[in-house]
Ligand binder design. Structure first.
Ligand code: BGC
Length: 725
């Protein structure tokens, strides 16, 4: 690529050390730093970092916060370094900055990409006011194994849902103008396949077919780039034996040659250095060479590029052209967000002081949170509760807790604004005194007399809200689990409380799909509440008391047992499909039915929706044509409600075995009581395409089933034919 004259002149003037400097990002030791998130690799102290910036040896800094100190760092770069190239300032702003929104998995349950766009925009406004230009988000890893802790950070198990959220989040972070003060540069990550680590074990290897890689894991990245993303983060894992951070076929072949990506790739935290531990590089020098020449332009935190690239260039093992190309990409991104014209953009202490996150985004946070809550079960219509005239016992370790509200990836949340369950519920009650609160148990350990107190409170109450689940450090990076269950101490609490016979509503807290057992599974009602962020208590109260009628749906399958993992709805057909009556020599588990406890797409409402039969505009889809698939939807209950209408397809015969069903489209539809509408989707050939046996991305003519349904397991299919060209 060629930059404009100004930048080409700058490049021509740069020494090798200065060029290499642009290719390094280091922990921001000059400002308050979120130190607890990454391993201790940083050997630089603030003084050394300042010196390096002055020497032009730092391209970017990360995970520090504060406009005033950021401005000072930028001043050193711009005024005291020889060439005055501004720094890029990044951080992990994954689901909110000061205002914390639901974890991305929870927000995906809304099935409203437009909501994710709004929360990403809000995060961008707050983050840029606090002195940041760049976020390491969105996380786009499709995760089909709930043992993996980073399921929490992305949009779940499905590629169509994940793709829609990927594009929405990039649009939201960027806003309309890349050079605006409130544009936060997005970084789709982790490229690629990280969500498919074997056994759900963090940092593990990935063995994956070309077809699954291309059809499931790559599309969210393509969508994010199409939405304008200018940086990408390479992953830690290897893919079929080649580490993602040295994978030239993917980093250069796919990303640049196939997709035309012109931004830069940043490694994940020391992922270049880790090529040595992988046994893929013999030493750090070789790791540098492999990573850089594969297409990782910027090295995060290891310092390897600074140490070894100059020598690799001097020896000719890395050409000056290759080095220049990496530098051009970084400079081009800095230019794209306006840093050369206005290096102090997003570094305004007055803007930071004036920022009032609560006033700006409190309502959005509450709405996003309640739109993420999934009503899994509501036997006997125990929910919604009345605001008065009944005694409610709020029991469980999450009842009063404030340390497990934000979820796994919030570095800079304003904890003073967090609303816990007790406060939210009490505020919503006509008589706050009707709420009794008992911890009952710790997160992992029983507490003395806890169960007795909980049982007493449950006996005394008309209904129990049981606030249990995973503490927040059970999900996120490096938090793989073998048993994805409610911790035993809390399970014991649930058994005792449910045994009282008082109706129980489980308020489940979780960063992944959980396997629910015993009293938790059998409680009258269950709300999947993920980690909802700042407005947790208010949002739960909105749903519990019916001010908001739940409309979220599961973006991940809830298994019956941990041992079913990986369990995902769009599995391929087998030669011996499972049958309902558990016959021998079929694909089945010995101990339990094949499927999930709650399927992908599942979620109840306080009203009832009725679907009419699926109608097609024709019985065949022409090669270049469109097919309209529609069904009537009626709100047959007595409340306003929103339904997530889902379009699924199944390819009957193909050159590669196809999934039993695949989501192709979805729409959230709002209906008043008694109201009916027709929901229509247009289907085109490209939505039926997949990586065929011959390696083409193409649709194959033939017969297809299609459903319009409330989840991935229900509905009646109708058939259409895709006609050949
Ligand atoms: C994580 C990334 C994150 C980076 C910087 C790594 O450990 O895998 O997702 O962006 O640290 O904090």
């Amino acid at each position: 690529m060629r930059l404009d004259d100004r930048l080409e002149t700058l490049l021509a003037d740069m020494t090798v050390d200065e060029k290499v400097g642009q290719l390094g990002i280091f922990a921001d030791m000059l400002r308050p730093f979120a130190a607890d998130v990454n391993p201790e690799m940083n050997e630089l102290n603030a003084g050394e970092l300042r010196e390096r910036i002055r020497a032009g040896q730092v391209g970017a800094v990360f995970n520090g916060v504060g406009a005033a100190q950021g401005r000072e760092a930028q001043r050193i770069a711009v005024e005291e370094s020889r060439l005055g190239i501004p720094l890029l300032m990044g951080a992990d702003v994954i689901h909110g900055m000061r205002t914390v929104f639901p974890i991305p998995l929870g927000e995906a349950a809304s099935f409203e990409p437009v909501l994710a766009e709004r929360t990403a925009r809000a995060a961008a406004v707050e983050a840029t006011a606090c002195g940041l230009h760049w976020t390491f988000a969105p996380t786009l890893d499709i995760a089909r194994d709930q043992r993996w802790g980073r399921v929490a950070e992305a949009a779940g198990e499905d590629v169509v849902l994940g793709t829609a959220f990927a594009a929405a989040r990039v649009r939201g972070f960027h806003g309309d103008d890349l050079t605006a003060d409130d544009c936060l540069l997005a970084t789709p990550k982790h490229f690629v396949g990280y969500g498919a680590v074997i056994g759900g074990l963090e940092y593990n290897s990935v063995e994956i077919s070309e077809g699954t890689l291309r059809d499931v894991h790559l599309p969210p990245f393509k969508a994010a780039l199409d939405a304008g993303a200018l940086t990408v983060m390479s992953a830690f894992n290897d893919i079929n034996g080649v580490p993602a951070s040295a994978h030239d076929e993917l980093l250069t072949g796919v990303l640049r040659d196939e997709w035309g990506f012109r931004g830069f790739v940043v490694s994940d935290y020391t992922a270049d250095f880790e090529l040595v531990a992988h046994g893929f590089a013999g030493d750090e020098r070789e790791a540098t060479k492999l990573s850089f020449t594969a297409g990782v332009d910027m090295s995060m935190q290891s310092g390897l590029y600074a140490t070894h690239l100059p020598d690799l260039v001097a020896s000719g093992e890395v050409s000056m052209d290759t080095l220049d190309e990496g530098v051009r990409r970084v400079l081009a991104v800095k230019q794209a967000i306006g840093l050369f014209d206005n290096p102090y953009r997003s570094l305004d202490p007055d803007a930071e002081a004036a920022l009032d996150p609560q006033a700006l985004h409190g309502e959005l946070a509450r709405d996003a949170a309640r739109r993420s809550i999934v009503l899994l079960k509501n036997d006997g219509g125990v929910l919604p509760l009345r605001r008065s005239g009944q005694k409610i016992a709020l029991i469980g370790p999450f009842a009063r807790d404030r340390d497990n509200i934000e979820g796994c990836w919030t570095l800079f949340g304003d904890k003073s604004q967090y609303v816990n369950l007790e406060d939210g519920l009490r505020a919503a009650l006509d008589d706050g005194g009707a709420l009794t609160v008992v911890d009952g148990s710790g997160f992992e350990d029983a507490i003395d007399g806890g169960i007795e107190a909980a049982v007493g409170a449950a006996r005394d109450a008309d209904v129990v809200l049981l606030a249990i689940g995973e503490p927040q450090n059970y999900s996120g990076e490096a938090q793989s689990r073998t048993r994805i269950v409610v911790p035993p101490a809390q399970q014991a609490l649930a058994e005792a409380v449910v045994a009282t016979g008082t109706p129980v509503v489980v308020l489940l807290r979780h960063g992944r799909a959980l396997a629910l057992h015993g009293a938790v599974r059998d409680a009258q009602a269950i709300l999947a509440t993920w980690f909802l962020g700042t407005q947790t208590g208010n949002a739960v109260a909105d749903v519990v008391f019916g001010d908001y009628n739940p409309s979220a749906r599961l973006p991940v399958s809830f298994p019956r047992d941990s041992g079913q993992q990986p369990l995902y709805y769009n599995r391929q057909r087998t030669g011996r499909p499972e049958l309902p009556d558990m016959q021998e020599f079929k694909s089945r588990w010995r101990e339990m039915p094949h499927g999930p406890l709650y399927p992908f797409g599942h979620g109840l409402s306080y009203t009832r929706f009725e679907y009419g039969p699926v109608a097609l505009s024709a019985d065949a889809l022409d090669w270049d044509g469109a097919l309209t698939v529609s069904a009537t939807l009626r709100n047959a209950g007595d409340r306003f409600g929103e339904e997530v209408v889902q379009l699924y397809v199944h390819d009957r015969v193909a050159s590669r075995v196809r999934p039993i069903r695949e989501l192709k489209d979805f729409r959230k539809v709002a209906l008043a009581p008694g109201e009916e509408t027709t929901v229509s989707f247009e289907l085109h050939r490209d939505q039926l395409a997949f990586t065929t046996r011959s390696g083409q991305f193409a649709a194959e003519p033939g017969l297809f089933d299609v459903w319009i349904a409330p989840d991935c397991e229900s509905g009646e299919a109708v058939q259409f034919t895709l006609r050949g060209a």
